[in-house]
Design a protein. Structure first.
Length: 277
């Protein structure tokens, strides 16, 4: 046993009559209240052992028959271990959710400065898994939970399709669902991301159909499609004629600009020269 562990254990001995015992690293557990406390904070331990709630539970437990109290202690021990495990899982998953929502890379959680900060101010945070484990185990869980949440929120949908390219030059096609309910605020959900060998009516239509199937959405619930390509009208054949196609306004403005430059070359040149004066 390390010197630090011995010092902490000796310090906790003074609180043994009050039902406190060292359960894990520097975490102290109260057998009467079934709560976990920071063993390094003596003031917290004193406040807890003198609180009216703790004294009430301590008196009630001591008045019970020995057999019942012993059984309760054993059961309570299992419950404490179960709660500790659940708390660690919840803490890890909530930490990943927080990073994903505010766009913090998962590997930043491995930074020594951040680990030192968490260990200082967040009890039991030294049990937080490293970034690789969080990415492999908890990111997929967050994705599943978000998908189930979106299924509940998506009633009548408007499908939004957009494409771009990644750093490797691949075509990245995203499918978003937007609610069209009569509500003051509308929500847009990222449903899926595809890496396509080519962006055309066939590949993009198939991507949208696969996404609808993954979310158990019936085709009749889709009211429209927003995209920047006219060939998405092929979806009327693939899905149904009830689908309305809305061309992206940003793409329309871009087309107008291209036509202006092409058809009014001299006027465009005069405008450029005038802006340089």
């Amino acid at each position: 046993m390390s010197r630090y562990k011995k010092e902490l254990s000796n310090r906790i001995k003074d609180f043994h009559p009050n039902g406190l015992y060292l359960s894990d690293t520097d975490i102290v557990t109260c057998k009467y209240c079934n709560v976990r406390l920071d063993g390094n904070n003596t003031d917290t331990l004193k406040k807890h052992t003198t609180s009216s709630n703790h004294l009430k539970k301590k008196t009630k437990t001591q008045l019970e028959p020995f057999g019942t109290k012993r059984q309760s202690t054993i059961v309570g021990g299992f419950e404490v271990q179960k709660c500790v495990k659940m708390e660690r899982e919840t803490f890890a998953e909530d930490t990943v959710k927080m990073c994903l929502k505010i766009n913090i890379p998962i590997h930043k959680l491995d930074h020594p400065a951040l680990r030192k900060y968490l260990n200082k101010y967040v009890p039991d945070s030294d049990n937080l898994p490293f970034g690789d484990t969080l990415r492999r185990k908890y990111v997929p869980l967050c994705g599943i939970a978000e998908k189930e949440k979106n299924k509940e929120n998506l009633k009548n949908q408007l499908v939004v399709g957009d494409k771009t390219s990644d750093t490797q030059g691949r075509c990245v096609f995203t499918v978003l669902f937007k609610t069209v309910n009569a509500e003051p605020e509308q929500s847009c959900f990222l449903a899926s991301v595809y890496f396509l060998h080519a962006a055309n009516g066939s590949t993009c239509s198939q991507a949208i159909i696969d996404t609808l199937k993954a979310y158990d959405i019936d085709y009749s619930q889709v009211h429209g499609l927003v995209s920047d390509f006219a060939y998405f009208n092929m979806l009327k054949i693939l899905i149904g004629y009830h689908i309305l196609h809305y061309q992206c306004w940003a793409h329309k403005v871009n087309l107008v600009g291209d036509i202006f430059v092409k058809e009014f070359k001299e006027l465009n040149t005069i405008g450029i020269l005038g802006s340089n004066l």
